[in-house]
Design a protein around this ligand. Structure first.
Ligand code: PLP
Length: 355
């Protein structure tokens, strides 16, 4: 069976020896040695100043909205995982959808300004599949209208844009370390902010608002990463370049075997992480035929991202033609280090026959 992804598991002995240190110290959560060590290593590897490890990649989005004191309307993308939008709603704000660029698949920055009202407080956009949004244009719009910018960078571990970590753009960036992502801690995530005061606020919010043992400086929630997750992160991190290169090898096989016009477009100036291999088919009908043919061979791609988030049942009616159209036709192909050429070839053959 070939699934859309396969979690990288480090050598068990390496994970085990990190666990031994937990057994020795008896310290299993609340910002122990391993989590802090992981944060330091991430900060060095990613070249980001402030990194906070968290329990998953969704809480950081909610914490960012809360810590920035956002209210009213938040402009966002309909083409992402549900967590981007559910976090906005969960925090009592209204998501205002701006359609996506038909090739980059990120929010169409040229349509943002017309969606801004007196109630708009922020832009929350996703670097979808690790493909950077037009961060420069968004920065200009945000400055002009006094808006905060949060990037859901869940897919972006290791991505650089214009020579620097993609996590360094916007007021806050969030990442997911879920088992299906490029770098993982089983469940986990991180939050990044360049401004030290803002980072301190995010930190308080992720730990109940605790300041010392008895003072509470803000409202907070529990988004702490545990030592068990920290240990997994420390065991996986030494392999990250191998993981990204392994993904690159497979992605390049696909891109040689499949027609270029069904692949998406990476923004110029990006050092990508090969996080996904989306293909954009002619129609949902064609997609369904391909999914069926692949499943007969025990190959299971995934419909990421479907449905277009403006269609969620708990949201008021809105229209995003491009996102709705693309989400009906986009399919993410199996992509993980070590996926053998013979399988990539088989997948490409099945697809090419139906195009
Ligand atoms: C995976 C993902 C999340 C959520 O991360 P979790 O770690 O699963 O909570 C948020 N946004 C996007 C775009 C994602 O793909």
């Amino acid at each position: 069976m070939i699934n859309v992804t396969k979690t990288f598991l480090p050598p068990q002995s390496e994970y085990q020896s990190l666990l031994e240190s937990i057994w020795k110290s008896g310290w299993i959560t609340n910002r122990g040695v391993l989590v802090r060590q992981l944060e330091n290593k991430l900060s060095t590897y990613l070249n980001t100043e402030h990194v906070l490890a968290t329990a998953n990649g969704t809480l950081p989005i909610q914490i960012a909205i809360k810590a920035l004191g956002l209210k009213g309307e938040i402009i966002t993308t309909p083409f992402s995982y549900v967590a981007t939008v559910s976090s906005i709603v969960w925090e009592g704000c209204n998501p205002i959808f701006v359609d996506i660029h038909p090739e980059y698949l990120t929010i169409d920055d040229t349509k943002i300004e017309e969606a801004i009202t007196k109630n708009t407080t922020a832009i929350l956009a996703t670097h979808v599949y690790g493909n950077p949004c037009n961060v420069r244009a968004i920065e200009v719009i945000a400055k002009k209208h006094n808006l905060k910018v949060i990037y859901d960078a869940a897919h972006c571990f290791g991505v650089k844009y214009k020579q620097q970590s993609i996590f360094n753009y916007g007021d806050v960036s969030t990442c997911s370390f879920h088992a299906t992502k490029v770098f993982h801690t089983g469940e986990g995530g991180a939050i990044f902010a360049r401004d030290k005061d803002l980072f301190d606020q995010l930190f308080l919010h992720h730990n109940f608002g605790h300041f010392g043992k008895e003072d509470f400086l803000s409202i907070g929630i529990n988004a702490k990463m545990s030592e068990l997750q920290g240990a997994m992160g420390l065991a996986v991190l030494p392999y990250i370049d191998e993981i990204i290169n392994g993904r690159k090898t497979v992605f390049e096989m696909y891109s040689q075997l499949l027609p270029q016009d069904i692949l998406f477009k990476i923004r110029e100036g990006t050092q990508w992480n090969y996080s996904y291999c989306p293909i954009i088919l002619k129609s949902e009908k064609q997609l369904k035929i391909i999914v069926k043919k692949l499943s007969e061979e025990a190959i299971f791609p995934r419909r990421y991202f479907y449905p277009s988030l403006n269609k969620l049942s708990y949201l008021p009616h809105s229209v995003c033609k491009i996102s709705e159209d693309i989400s009906q036709r986009v399919l993410c192909l199996p992509l993980y280090p070590g996926l053998e050429f013979k399988y990539v070839e088989k997948i490409a053959d099945i697809i090419n026959k139906e195009l």
